[in-house]
Design a protein. Structure first.
Length: 390
C-alpha cells in the first residue's frame, strides 16, 4: 500500500485526472476498476473519480509495488540532470538576447516576461531553443521560486510529489501559456507551477484577460475600425485566409473560425501607420491576415505581406541592421540579426480584470491570480518602429 497526500500544486483537480497523472501508463479502465473495488480510496472512503481533491487529502493505493511501478513513468536521475543542464545552457545562451530586465512580473505561480522577436515560444524541433527552456533555466539559475531553498537544479523540472515515492512522482515543467509566433515579440505569460498553469490556461481560454498588440502596417490609417469575419486555416500549409464560401477539395484539412479584431491608429505617417489592436478572438495569424485583407499588410510579414512595399519602406535598413534599444550589443552580428526579421508585430499590453470567478473546471484559480487582479502589464515595441511612421 502507498499513500499520497495531495500537495498544494495538485489541489483542485478531479481525482481521476490526478490518478492519470500519477499512473500515466495505466488504462483508464484499470483506474476506474480500482476505484470501484476500493483498491484506491480518497480520505479512507470509496470514490468514483469525479471528486475534487484538495491540499492534504489522503489517497491510498492498495496495489502491489510492482503494479504501481509498471504504470508509472520512471524518471531517472541521469535524465533529469541532463535536461536540467540543457535548460541552464539554453538560459545562458538566450538570456543576453532578451535584453536588460526582461522579467516584467513574478510571483510564486506566474511569471511575465518580454520575448524579443526571433525566438520561439516553444520548440518546433527537438534541437530548437525556446522561451520554455529559458524559463526553466531561469528558475534553476535563480533562487527556488517557492522559497524552500531546494536544489536549484530541480526547479527546471519540478517534482510535484506530496509524500509519494520517486516512482510515482509527477513532473511538472514550467512553461509558456500564451504562444507568440517566432517573429512576434512582446509579453509572454508563463506558469511556474501546476496551479499557475491551470489558472492561466483557463483565463486565456475563457478570454478573461485582454491582450493588445502594436504593429506597423503599410499605408495610411486615419480612423479606428473593426474586422469581423471567418478565417480558414489550412493545416497542411499552415496558411490562413478569409473564408469565401468555397469549401475546397480537402475540407478535412481546413479549420473555420470566427475572428474579430478591433484596431485604432496611434501614429500615421506618409507611407506607414503604427496601429494598436485588441484581439476579441485569438486565432492563428489573425492580425496578419486581417490587416492584409483591408489593404494594410503588416510591414515585413513574410507570409501575408508585400515585398515591394517592404523594400520601398525599409530601404537600406536591413543592410545596416541597427540594434534594437531593448537588446544589448552582441559579440557576433550573426547572433544579433536584422531588427526587422519577420513581421513588425508586438504584444504590447496585457490587462487582467479586477476579479476572477473560478472557472467551472479549475478550482483555486481566483486565489492563484489574486496578485495580478487589476494589473496592466505594458511592454512597448522597439523605438525604431516609430521612424517608419513619419
Amino acid at each position: 500500500m502507498q499513500e499520497i497526500l495531495v500537495s498544494q500544486e495538485e489541489s483542485g483537480q478531479r481525482l481521476d485526472k490526478f490518478l492519470r497523472r500519477r499512473l500515466p501508463l495505466a488504462p483508464s479502465s484499470f483506474i476506474y476498476k480500482m476505484l470501484r473495488k476500493k483498491n484506491i480510496t480518497l480520505q479512507g472512503k470509496k470514490a468514483d473519480g469525479s471528486e475534487k481533491v484538495v491540499t492534504g487529502d489522503s489517497i491510498k493505493l492498495f496495489l502491489a509495488d510492482d503494479t504501481i511501478l509498471k504504470f508509472s513513468r520512471p524518471a531517472g536521475d541521469a535524465d533529469e540532470k541532463r535536461e536540467a543542464d540543457e535548460n541552464l545552457a539554453a538560459y545562458k545562451k538566450l538570456d543576453p538576447l532578451l535584453g536588460p530586465c526582461p522579467v516584467l512580473y513574478e510571483d510564486d505561480n506566474i511569471l511575465v516576461v518580454r520575448k524579443p522577436s526571433g525566438i520561439l515560444s516553444q520548440k518546433a524541433d527537438a534541437s530548437d531553443l525556446s522561451m520554455n527552456e529559458w524559463l526553466r533555466g531561469y528558475l534553476a539559475h535563480n533562487k527556488d521560486s517557492t522559497g524552500r531553498g531546494e536544489n536549484r537544479r530541480r526547479i527546471s523540472s519540478e517534482k510535484v510529489t506530496g509524500n509519494s515515492t520517486p516512482e510515482t512522482a509527477v513532473v511538472f515543467r514550467p512553461s509558456v501559456c500564451n504562444r507568440l509566433d517566432r517573429n512576434t515579440g512582446g509579453i509572454l505569460l508563463c506558469a511556474k507551477t501546476l496551479r499557475g498553469s491551470r489558472a492561466l490556461s483557463a483565463v486565456i481560454r475563457d478570454r478573461v484577460i485582454r491582450k493588445t498588440y502594436t504593429m506597423v502596417v503599410h499605408g495610411q490609417i486615419c480612423a479606428p475600425g473593426t474586422i469581423d469575419n471567418e478565417l480558414i486555416k489550412d493545416r497542411q500549409t499552415n496558411l490562413v485566409r478569409l473564408a469565401d464560401g468555397k469549401s475546397g477539395q480537402n475540407e478535412q484539412d481546413l479549420q473555420r473560425r470566427q475572428a474579430v479584431t478591433v484596431y485604432r491608429p496611434v501614429r500615421t505617417g506618409n507611407r506607414a501607420t503604427m496601429v494598436e489592436a485588441d484581439l476579441i478572438t485569438g486565432r492563428s495569424h489573425q492580425l496578419r491576415v486581417h490587416m492584409a485583407s483591408i489593404g494594410h499588410p503588416i510591414v515585413s510579414d513574410p507570409k501575408y505581406g508585400d515585398r515591394n512595399l517592404d523594400s520601398a519602406l525599409l530601404g537600406g535598413l536591413q543592410k545596416s541592421s541597427p540594434r534594437q534599444p531593448e537588446q544589448p550589443a552582441q559579440k557576433s552580428s550573426r547572433k544579433a540579426g536584422p531588427v526587422h526579421r519577420g513581421q513588425l508585430l508586438w504584444c504590447s499590453e496585457v490587462s487582467f480584470p479586477d476579479s476572477f470567478p473560478d472557472p467551472a473546471d479549475v478550482d483555486g484559480a481566483e486565489e492563484v491570480l489574486a496578485p495580478v487582479a487589476g494589473r496592466v502589464f505594458k511592454c512597448p515595441p522597439p523605438r525604431w518602429w516609430e521612424q517608419l511612421c513619419k
